[in-house]
Design a protein around this ligand. Sequence first.
Ligand SMILES: Cc1ncc(COP(=O)(O)O)c(C=O)c1O
Length: 473
Amino acid sequence: MTDTLTELSARVPRNRLPYGSVLETIGWTPLIQLTRITRGLRTPVYGKADFFNPGGSVKDRIGLPIIEQAERDGTLRPGGTIVEGTSGNTGVGLALVAAVKGYRCIFTMPDKMSQEKVRLLKAFGAEVIITPTAVPPDHPDNYVMMAKRIAAETPNAVLANQFYNAANPAAHEASTGPELWEQTEGRITHFVAAAGTGGTLTGVGRYLKAMNPKIQIIAGDPQGSILAEHWRSHGANTVEGAPYKVEGIGQDKLPGTLDMSVIDEFQTVSDKDAFAMARRLTREEGLFVGGSAGLITHVALNVARRINDPDALVVTFLCDTGERYLSKLYSDEWMRENQLLEADRATIAQVMNLKAGETPVMVSTAPGAPVRQALRLMTLHDISQLPVMDGPVCVGSVTEHTLTARALENPKLLDSTIGDVMEPPFPIIDVNTPADNVAKLLSKTNPAVLVQANGTVQGIVTRGDLLQFLMAR
Ligand SMILES: Cc1ncc(COP(=O)(O)O)c(C=O)c1O
């Protein structure tokens, strides 16, 4: 199935025809299979790479429909001003359109947002007003409240109003949803995203549920946002929001554009887990994304692990580019200052990834093989030990050091079988075992471990492999 999807996209040429403006390049973002952070999982997981949009985020999708709607309504006329309270990305989506169509932009933005985002909006010619994050949602200094006031007081100005504008979820129902359906040939089974305005979840959820009501719509929510609790209690529990660091998703107030009825499950995720996963997406998959994509992907992997089904197809949403967070989650100093950096959470899966280029991944011998053949095998592959495999089961081990010493003492040993001379098998560990724990298992007498995922041996990690991994880090 994986092959079919990959082959399909290889056949479809991209950007073959010229575009009339940058706005025509919005949408039809790639769907990319995640192959490394999913190691050991049977469920295929794909990422919808919306950071490929020209403004670097999912929010490019809503800028044009919102502005065109205002033009049709007559609320926005030539030379007019677009005002919005934005965590940054919507600002870029609107500013792109404003640049092409010649409108002025004024954006209000909470002060927790990164400097990169402020500079970015200014680069498009927008005026940016920074507001305090730590004020209640109805306070006049709240960024959304302030945007409303500016729009009301400025002549020929329109509030984009992403939190209440039906054009926002409609944009996803008309673009993101159909793209996912087509890109997976209708085989998508789980869609995982998070709600800022809820436009993505609502629009994609509506479209996919209409195509196949069995598709599960799963939401990630930052610890501190009120949305998950609101969903769990069907609105009965009103909790206070608490601050968190992930940007663009979660809320302290229910947005009008979020239709909770399309959501089948909510999972709450900490900043630490969200950022750790964003960094892994970058380092292990080459997908340079922000914290919200990390949070959503953390949930997607939970789902993939739980359903453990090779015929399912989980899609995680990769909302925006990591370039927006170089001074935050991609800065070790900032991560440490905020107690968000784990000392070393590397797992043996990452050690295996480093070895992935090597072939074969594991060389083994069998109990019935002659000793001389095993020694030849080790010389050929320049390795010092071999697991002894009886079919899929490791029944023993041999090392070059011991075999050589014993064969020199007694050359007849070269013609005995491995089963007669082998030593106990190497320890078997799970692919998600922390690399630190494995280091403790490895010694001169026990030079390697076998790595298994879902009950099957996937490869071998030796003392040398672990050392090479630690040196590369
Ligand atoms: C980085 C990021 N991720 C996700 C989202 C959520 O998208 P939506 O507003 O469609 O719920 C946003 C929205 O601002 C965002 O900026």
